[in-house]
Write a protein that binds this ligand. Structure first.
Ligand code: NAI
Length: 389
């Protein structure tokens, strides 16, 4: 893709603004459009302010900031999108709204314009299904905040033209992003593989095996994660995190592995959404003393390993089912959600037989399909192999 080619971004909210900034910094003229009157212009002004701040901090030269800012233009309607080579949609997460927009776009843009969706939970195939030419539709799933998070999941739908994913991957590389190609399945890579980070932590809490401060402490100190599950759910917002879990669970036809937690549902119902409401699992108003974790090494190890093997099992199954290749799975979790290591490499480190016997132990203990080990993990252990050899 030539940097002289226009890019259009539709939806000037958190994600659309971030993506527009990234595209402008990569040298493209960017048209930003939003259905709310004035929203696109406000977003352009805010991005220019961000670029100026980056220049003040020395991350960009004043010329780079001014040039990137000048490449952005707000437009009021889809019909004003003159000749983009790539459109990235980041509007409301609603299938019928997205299908309607894509249909309208098809009547406006050139036949060779690529139409991308930033959806995080809808099927790319379903969005493309509304189009006369679904072969030019693809998912480009950025992470929040888009200018800072390197990962982009590149998701071809069922009818996407062969080769388009590779082309989009090259473009994303030129935008200084780390692209990973994955199949159009619920949660793509990151939102699928990361589910047990929250779900198994909630389960351990519900069973009274450890309190949330201890679980968070275990994941940070033993696991090296930047945040524990409860701290992270409070940061993401329990409403948002619960909605993702629910949508993945429903999209997998209620596979018990992804079952949402009643504990989290009650948090949402009570309005304890996390930092944004001052109260989630923790009190964020600074008026109460934070809970103190238990410093019992055996307990911390138990908690960490139980969550880790569930994450590993998800990654193993994603590899087994061909959702993405090994390298993509490792990159996705380290570049999309800052995991300290790729899960497959981590599994090799701690030993696949150990992972398998922990999962089998949990499955026997609880008698639940939730803990069923991935067939790939079983096979590798049987054959004495690792994920990397
Ligand atoms: P947002 O609510 O901040 O922004 C959405 C914007 O789209 C709003 O400004 C709204 O006025 C506009 N809009 C709604 N319908 C429109 C239409 N028909 N035509 C034009 N503009 C329209 O939402 P956010 O968080 O930026 O998410 C946007 C998309 O990105 C969603 O599909 C979401 O699932 C996805 N996403 C969100 C992430 C996040 O962490 N917030 C991460 C990755 C993807």
């Amino acid at each position: 893709m030539e940097s002289s080619m226009n890019v259009a971004v539709i939806g000037a909210g958190a994600m659309g603004s971030g993506i527009a900034q990234v595209a402008a910094q990569a040298g493209h003229s960017v048209l930003l459009m939003d259905a709310r009157p004035g929203a696109a212009q406000r977003a352009v002004d805010a991005i220019r302010e961000t670029l100026n701040k980056l220049a003040e901090k020395g991350r960009l030269t004043p010329t780079e900031a001014a040039e990137a800012g000048a490449r952005l233009q707000a437009v009021g309607a889809v019909t004003e999108l003159a000749g983009p080579g790539l459109v990235i949609e980041a509007i409301v997460e609603d299938l019928s709204a997205k299908r309607e927009l894509f249909t309208r776009l098809e009547s406006v843009v050139d036949p060779d314009c690529v139409l991308a969706t930033n959806t995080s939970s809808l099927s790319v195939t379903a969005i493309a299904g509304a189009c006369a030419h679904p072969e030019r539709v693809i998912g480009l799933h950025f992470f929040n905040p888009a200018p800072l998070m390197p990962l982009v999941e590149v998701v071809p739908g069922l009818a996407t033209a062969p080769g388009l994913a590779e082309r989009c991957g090259l473009w994303m590389g030129r935008w200084s992003k780390v692209p990973v190609v994955c199949k159009d399945t619920p949660g793509f890579i990151v939102n699928r593989v990361a589910r047990p980070f929250y779900g198994e932590a909630l389960r351990i809490l519900e069973e009274g095996l450890a309190d949330m401060a201890t679980i968070d402490h275990a994941m940070r100190t033993v696991g090296g994660f930047r945040m524990g599950p409860f701290e992270l759910m409070d940061l993401i917002g329990n409403d948002v995190n619960f909605a993702v879990t629910r949508s993945v669970f429903e999209a997998f036809f209620f596979d018990p592995r992804y079952r949402p937690s009643l504990t989290q549902q009650r948090q949402v119902e009570s309005g304890r959404l996390g930092r944004k409401t001052g109260r989630g699992y923790y009190d964020h108003t600074g008026t109460t003393t934070p809970p103190i974790p238990k410093n019992d090494p055996e307990l911390l190890d138990m908690v960490f390993l139980r969550i880790l093997v569930m994450l590993i099992n998800e990654a193993a199954d994603a590899l087994y089912l061909g959702i993405a290749d090994r390298a993509a799975l490792e990159l996705a979790m380290t570049k999309g959600v800052n995991y300290p290591k790729g899960l497959l490499g981590w599994a090799d480190e701690i030993g696949l037989d150990r992972c398998l016997s922990m999962l089998q132990g949990l499955q026997t203990e609880y008698g639940e399909d939730r803990y069923r080990p991935s067939p790939l993990l079983r096979r590798l252990v049987r054959e004495g192999r690792t994920f990397h050899g």
